[in-house]
Ligand binder design. Structure first.
Ligand code: KG4
Ligand code: ZN
Length: 339
């Protein structure tokens, strides 16, 4: 079984092709970052136009990479939400059209389901049920992943996502969008000498709050002489503070998971922020003493890609779950509402 997946929920136009032997036959990503960077964030209208401009070329490239023809694809999947409505429409219309022309099923995939399941494609040791820490530009949550289509939210951010804390702080430091990766690079050259708040740290749940952290970074920037070394130190302090919060909340989420499901979980980190090596290593090392193994995707599959959509699509398809052609996109689509 071979599935082609299309991801266009935000600012990456991405195509992936996977087969049921868990082989990645193609992975093509066109990042629009440089187009949006001058605006300091993603401009929805521009994103849609860019997706429309490049998508057909990318689909062709992916098929070439996989050495396949359209008629050798068994199903066409696309992200149907959450995301920017105009952007979702481009990828979804493409997948539906390919499905109709080739007389194959269409499969609508939740973007977060793609992130959640991606590490399983790369690592056979991950088994259901597992604990997911989903950390992306728009979402930060702990989820019990009971099956490929069964997600239970255990905790979530009450305001900003982790990715937002990175991106907004980066912007205040004058870095280009999105700033997470740049903060990580600068942090390597600095020390965590500044004390930043740890919002909700002592709350005995696994909810997060990051908006106070962003404000604290703003104040710190205003009070500090921004020499290159101090900028590196601010980045290191922010990254270390975020890692500390994620660790503390992981301990709480592990306890909640154990109480509810009776097993010590594996922890899977995914979403764009799981590209952060410091955070991944910090969590892996510090959760060893509670016997929790930590998994995360390889770098190219941490941020948005089409392979995760093809893989989630393939899991749906192998359980005979396809999507009617008259199904619309869902710009708001909780992981818990996946069926
Ligand atoms: O999953 P993703 O590619 O898109 C969404 O679905 O949101 O996540 C993008 C987020 C951005 O906030 C970006 O700054 C963050 O992931 N990110 C990172 C790193 N690489 C990407 N944050 C921290 N460290 C990184 N290395
Ligand atoms: Zn994403």
């Amino acid at each position: 079984m071979i599935v082609l997946g299309i991801e266009t929920s935000c600012d990456e136009t991405a195509i992936g092709i996977v087969n049921s032997n868990k082989q990645i036959l193609a992975n093509v990503v066109y990042s629009q970052i440089s187009t949006h960077a001058k605006f300091g964030g993603v401009v929805p209208e521009v994103a849609s136009r860019e997706h429309l401009r490049v998508i057909n070329v990318l689909i062709k490239q992916a098929l070439q990479q996989a050495n396949l023809n359209y008629n050798q694809i068994d199903a066409f999947a696309s992200t149907i939400g959450p995301g920017l409505v105009g952007a979702l429409l481009i990828g979804t219309l493409s997948a539906k059209t390919l499905a109709v022309l080739n007389n194959k099923p269409f499969i609508g995939v939740n973007h977060l389901q793609g992130h959640a399941l991606m590490p399983m494609l790369e690592n056979n040791n991950i088994k259901f049920p597992f604990l997911l820490l989903l950390v992306s530009g728009g979402h930060t949550q702990f989820v019990a992943v009971l099956n490929y289509n069964k997600f239970v939210t255990l905790g979530t951010t009450i305001d900003d996502a982790v990715g937002e804390a990175f991106d907004k702080s980066a912007r205040m430091l004058g870095f280009s969008y999105p700033g997470g990766q740049l903060i990580e690079q600068h942090a390597k050259l600095g020390q965590p000498i500044y004390k930043l708040p740890l919002p909700l740290y002592y709350a005995k749940n696994c909810n997060f709050s990051f908006s106070g952290l962003k404000t604290a970074v703003k104040n710190l920037i205003e009070q500090t002489q921004l020499t290159p070394q101090n900028i590196n130190n601010i980045c290191s302090s922010l990254q270390t503070t975020i890692a500390k919060i994620l660790l503390k909340k992981s301990h709480n989420a592990i306890q909640i998971f154990k109480q509810q499901y009776g097993v010590n979980p594996q922890l899977v980190i995914s979403g764009g922020v799981s590209a952060n090596k410091f955070i991944n290593t910090y969590l892996s090392q510090n959760l060893q003493n509670v016997n929790v193994n930590v998994f995360y995707p390889s770098l190219q599959y941490a941020t948005d890609n089409g392979t995760m959509i093809a893989w989630a699509g393939l899991l749906n398809f192998s359980h005979n779950q396809t999507t009617p052609l008259d199904f619309a996109v869902m710009p708001r689509f909780n992981l818990q509402d996946v069926k």
